[in-house]
Design a protein around this ligand. Structure first.
Ligand SMILES: NC(=O)C1=CN([C@@H]2O[C@H](COP(=O)(O)OP(=O)(O)OC[C@H]3O[C@@H](n4cnc5c(N)ncnc54)[C@H](O)[C@@H]3O)[C@@H](O)[C@H]2O)[C@@H](O)CC1
Ligand SMILES: Nc1ncnc2c1ncn2[C@@H]1O[C@H](COP(=O)(O)OP(=O)(O)O)[C@@H](O)[C@H]1O
Ligand SMILES: [Mg+2]
Length: 279
């Protein structure tokens, strides 16, 4: 029997630490974000930007070179590399604490090759966030998952494809069975997102329809990347990222009809300062 736990502001100050003075960018984690084909450049830009604004120390986008200039034009803090260059992919994935794969990756043969290459390299000490197209590729091809701290961030339709459970039948009991088979945390995104960890179920009871716009999940994937790279407790980092994403949206929605993904990420540094650990 699992009791549903409701997320509150407490998850923020339990997770977001006060930065120690004696620290440097290496202290705050390396994130490698993989995605963005020649149609979906915006998705990897948003994911990478969200990781940077979450405070991860070093951030690199592995993407189609067509996205390099646009990404750098808005985000000089991030590095870029070509996801079809095997040597670059190998060194960047190996060096990362957290890898985010899927935002705008697409489902072509090239996307599949990139996903296979990343899955081969990931090690048990790393956290791997599997989002968007990467979820669809796993579902379509019944791929073997690597052994790592896995976090899946499907919306309900992606979860239907991955789990085989129709949206109407996505009950906690049914979802948990598949979660256990996948052996990873599942962030099941919906109007009210639920998070299934190895031992608990959490409900994100904040969030707004002002968030219902493309790129909102790409942004969340980048935040989960940034939080897991920086904060030691991986479950708490996921929960805090999901909650902060919706909580910031609610604040902006008091004055706005629609909340843009980029507006949420740009609020993060101020929001995280307000909600860092109580001293
Ligand atoms: N600017 C960009 O480059 C963008 C790229 N994107 C990328 O596009 C790829 C395809 O993602 P999509 O999600 O569009 O593709 P999907 O083929 O998974 O389509 C989503 C469809 O599922 C249905 N659905 C049912 N329940 C839903 C729920 N709770 N939340 C969301 N959709 C639900 C909706 O009808 C929606 O049209 C991903 O790789 C994604 O990262 C999108 O994120 C949009 C923005
Ligand atoms: N009506 C809503 N209420 C609250 N949150 C929402 C609503 N609609 C969408 N969201 C949130 O927006 C995000 C959408 O993710 P996703 O569908 O993957 O977007 P994309 O792939 O376009 O970036 C999820 O975090 C989801 O919970
Ligand atoms: Mg998505």
């Amino acid at each position: 029997m699992f009791l549903m736990q409701i997320l509150t502001d407490t998850i923020l100050n339990q997770t977001i630490r006060v930065r120690p003075a004696e620290s440097h960018k290496g202290t705050y984690g390396r994130v490698c974000l993989v995605g963005g084909n020649d149609h979906y450049g915006g998705a990897i830009i948003m994911a990478t930007e969200a990781s940077v604004y979450s405070g991860a120390g070093l951030n690199t986008a592995l993407t189609d070179p067509i996205n390099f200039t646009s990404l750098h034009a808005r985000l000089p803090e991030a590095m870029v590399a070509d996801f079809s260059n095997q040597a670059d992919l190998t060194s960047l994935v190996t060096a990362a604490n957290t890898i985010v794969i899927g935002p705008g990756l697409g489902t072509t043969d090239q996307s599949r090759q990139v996903l296979d290459a990343v899955f081969k390299l990931v090690t048990p000490a790393q956290t791997l966030i599997i989002d968007g197209s990467a979820i669809d590729l796993v579902a379509q091809n019944q791929l073997t998952l690597p052994v790592a701290h896995l976090v899946f961030t499907p919306h309900q339709m992606e979860w239907q494809r991955l789990s085989g459970i129709k949206i109407a039948d996505q009950t906690d009991d049914a979802n948990r069975v598949i979660r256990d088979q996948l052996n990873g945390t599942v962030v099941l995104k919906a109007h009210r997102t639920k998070i299934y960890t190895a031992s608990e179920i959490y409900l994100n009871s904040v969030g707004t329809p002002a968030q219902a716009t493309g790129g909102m999940g790409d942004t969340l994937a980048g935040m989960v990347g940034g939080f897991t790279a920086q904060f030691a407790d991986q479950d708490q980092a996921v929960l805090a990222a999901v909650y902060a994403h919706s909580r910031i949206a609610d604040e902006l929605a008091e004055q706005q009809y629609v909340v843009l993904p980029t507006q949420i990420m740009h609020e993060l540094p101020r929001f995280m300062k307000r909600h860092q650990a109580l001293e």
